[in-house]
Write a protein that binds this ligand. Structure first.
Ligand code: DIG
Ligand code: MN
Ligand code: MN
Length: 395
């Protein structure tokens, strides 16, 4: 096992109470890409659990096939499960989330829940039920659905309305399975606009939220948004996360980094748009969101094993640095004076407007100093400059 690089113990040293988690497939990523073979040996689940524990992580997540490779015999399955459980017991590492690989097997090349072939759709249900069973063996509470193959390259292939109905049938069926099994799973849909399919159904947080309210058990289903996926779609990720959170639907989150206009890079958290990462951390921390801080990302293909653990340590360290910056923002007198002025203009959280005939009449009769309102700026340049100076370490 690669020895852990000695990192200084300071305010940014991750600890289990920070609830950082990684998928087996993230630190286990062997560096393969569509144009090149693996650049580093695969790391098995047991070694991953021990290494993540050493680095201060709270938990590990898996697709069914990450833990029990497709085609394993029941004897092999039992051995793998036994050894994995032993590593979890030895380290205290938890398994908060599980999910199904419905994208690797060529059988899913036209989708899993939305394949035109009904046999494939039923096989996807079978594989997911088994994977839900496996996740529950390790206490997983959240179940993620990333429909990586749920989409098209040509609209000649399927009626998009029918495809949404197939998707809904699957989530409704699996919701009933979770209820029947007393699994009490929270289902988290993970949007992505494209890749590996030319176009993927439920491509954004908005599409997924709308879909949830058409389900038989909408209360069981929420979101697992990912930074890279919304960035690929050219969207402001923190706004989408805020809308999901405000609707009580932020069940999980995939943290990473992404340059706009690229393939899904899944880079180390904070390594691209630092300001965006800051405001995301500020949202999660200011709202005291209790969910797992999950890193769905991997080391650069250039890296060896040591680089993989540098990636994991850096992901958590950057989050904690930005968490402290968010606290600093909330304590900075000059920044808070500007925030206070905005609150005084009615920007204070909680200022709701609720209809009544009296209020409607008084608003109708109200006289506004429109010239004054037109003339008065908002001071956002100063506020943003102070924010940037905070991030640049000069405040
Ligand atoms: C890709 O962003 C997907 C898969 O890695 C996995 O199904 C899900 C879990 O976070 N994210
Ligand atoms: Mn991704
Ligand atoms: Mn993801």
């Amino acid at each position: 096992m690669t020895p852990t690089r000695s990192t200084k113990q300071d305010a940014y040293t991750p600890r289990p109470e920070h609830h950082f988690t990684f998928g087996l497939w993230t630190v286990g990523n062997p560096g393969r890409d569509p144009f090149g073979e693996p650049t580093r040996p695969a790391i098995g689940p047991v070694e991953i659990v021990h290494k993540l524990a050493e680095l201060g992580a709270y938990g590990v997540n898996f697709h069914d096939d990450d833990l029990v490779p497709r085609g394993s015999s029941s004897t092999e399955r039992d051995r793998i499960v036994r050894e994995f459980r032993k590593a979890l017991e030895e380290t205290g590492i938890k398994v908060p989330m599980a999910t199904t690989n419905l994208f690797g097997d060529p059988v899913f090349r036209d989708g899993a829940f939305t394949s035109v072939d009904a046999n494939v759709r039923r096989h996807a249900l079978q594989k997911t039920m088994r994977a839900m069973d496996l996740g529950k063996e390790f206490g997983a509470e959240t179940y993620v659905f990333w429909g990586g193959r749920e989409g098209t390259e040509t609209n000649a292939s399927k009626d998009p309305q029918e495809a949404i109905k197939w998707f809904r049938d699957a989530i409704n069926f699996l919701s009933e399975y979770s209820i029947a099994q007393n699994y009490n799973y929270k289902f988290a849909l993970e949007p992505k606009p494209n890749e590996p399919r030319g176009d993927i159904f439920l491509p954004t947080i908005g599409h997924a939220l709308a879909f949830i309210y058409t389900l038989d058990h909408p209360e069981m289903v929420g979101l697992n948004p990912e930074i890279a996926h919304d960035t690929m779609a050219g969207l402001e990720f923190t706004h989408g996360v805020a809308q999901a959170m405000e609707a009580g639907k932020l069940f999980h989150i995939d943290l990473n980094a992404q340059k706009p206009g690229r393939y899904d890079q899944d880079h180390r958290f904070g390594s691209e748009d630092l300001k965006a990462a800051f405001f995301l951390v500020k949202l999660l921390e200011d709202s005291k969101w209790p969910g797992m801080r999950h890193f769905d990302s991997h080391a650069y293909r250039t890296e060896d094993q040591q680089g993989v653990w540098d990636f994991a340590a850096g992901s958590m360290r950057t989050y904690l640095i930005l968490k402290e910056k968010a606290a600093q923002f909330n304590q900075d007198a000059e920044i808070q004076a500007l925030v206070g002025e905005l609150a005084a203009r009615g920007g204070k959280p909680g200022a709701r407007v609720k209809y009544s005939s009296q209020l409607a009449q008084s608003i109708r009769d109200e006289k506004f100093d429109l010239e004054g309102l037109r003339a008065k700026g908002y001071g956002y340049e100063r506020l943003d400059q102070l924010t940037m100076e905070l991030l640049l370490g000069v405040r």
